[in-house]
Ligand binder design. Structure first.
Ligand SMILES: [Zn+2]
Length: 358
């Protein structure tokens, strides 16, 4: 999993937050710093496979050459008319120049078919632009869809021609600030980077995931009702078309969630060290159950980690290669895979850029 860093030309694929911080330090002050909105899972040769984007957010770029307060009006319009009625909490940024950026984050990445991502995101944004009359919502960015780049938060805004700092930074704003401050007050705020921590609102935005999936269903003529669950909607979307989606077509259902990158890493490291803690074991098992793995295959993972003769005292596998009672427990009690917050808490996810989500 990686993101692209740009100035704004894409100059490096970045897999960890430390490297991103390095690049930011290296370039801020001499270049405008950008990062891809989406993280990607795959490359095609040495090129980014944009269809492998992890769809964990929808990103809005508002831009207006002459009067940036018109962007602020559009942001408020989108917030009041679209977000508020659906209890959606967006993240809002002033770019430091002539625009605003807004994210609507999903509780977890939406595993829509790879072949549909680019078009779905683009068409959804075009639909929202028209529906809510967002005249400053930038069409070029909409067309970039899965491959779009955003200005990095807390980096200086440089004049595009002279490359001289303008004295302003790209900053995140609280919703209250967006609603109550006028443009001059927001510009004053942008004179300094903001060191404070903003809450990541993804978990609140279930309705945002649903609205996007409803939109896709309408587009490909899949029937649904407003009470349908997200896994159900995703299953119907996958069934509706022959898409290059990475799922086994024969299993009949695609309720399974892909194993997240950091869990793969945890498994690899645990096998290397021949050890893994109890919470981590549970994280691995719950993840693999929800990814549709068979019990025996999950048992084998633990056998590979502990590799102890005389069996495993903790119940993850049996000597005959079958799964231990812990795994059966997780399956029987339908224990959910760990949330993103829990993974961060356990330090399985090292940072918020890893893209694990949900
Ligand atoms: Zn992670």
């Amino acid at each position: 999993m990686f993101r692209e860093f740009g100035i704004p030309a894409r100059i490096e694929k970045v897999t960890d937050i430390d490297r991103l911080a390095e690049l930011r330090t290296e370039h801020s002050g001499s270049n405008n710093c950008y990062v891809s909105v989406y993280a990607f899972r795959d490359e095609k040769g040495s090129k980014t496979d944009y269809n492998s984007a992890v769809v964990s957010t929808i990103w809005f770029d508002f831009d207006e050459n002459k009067d940036v307060s018109r962007c602020l009006k559009d942001v408020r319009k989108l917030y009041n008319r679209f977000c508020v009625p659906r209890n959606i909490i967006p993240r809002i940024f002033y770019t430091g120049g002539r625009g605003f950026q807004l994210n609507i984050d999903f509780p977890e990445p939406l595993e829509i078919p790879n072949g549909m991502k680019r078009e779905s995101i683009r068409d959804y944004l075009l639909y929202l632009k028209k529906e809510y009359v967002l005249s400053t919502l930038d069409v070029q960015c909409i067309n970039n869809s899965v491959s779009c780049m955003r200005r990095m938060s807390n980096t200086p805004y440089l004049d595009k021609k002279t490359k001289e700092p303008t004295g302003r930074y790209c900053i995140q704003l609280e919703i209250e600030e967006m609603l109550e401050y006028d443009m001059n007050e927001i510009i004053s705020l942008s004179m300094y980077p903001r060191v404070r921590i903003f809450e990541y609102p993804g978990e609140h935005n279930i309705q945002a995931s649903k609205e996007f999936l409803f939109f896709i269903c309408d587009k490909i003529e899949v029937p649904y009702t407003p009470t349908n669950s997200i896994p159900y909607l995703l299953t119907q979307i996958h069934k509706a078309g022959k898409f290059d989606n990475g799922y086994d077509e024969n299993i009949g259902t695609v309720n399974y969630l892909p194993v997240r990158e950091c869990i793969y890493k945890l498994i690899e490291e645990s096998i290397k060290h021949g050890h893994c803690g109890h919470s981590e074991n549970t994280a691995i098992a719950a993840e693999l159950v929800s990814a549709g793995w068979k019990d025996t295959n999950i048992g084998f993972v633990f056998q590979s980690i502990f590799n102890e003769e005389g069996g495993d005292k903790y119940g993850w596998y049996n000597d005959d290669g079958t799964a231990g009672y812990q795994i059966k427990n997780i399956r029987e009690k339908a224990i959910n895979r760990y949330s993103r917050d829990r993974l961060v808490q356990l330090k399985i996810c090292k940072n918020k850029y890893c893209g694990c989500g949900g």
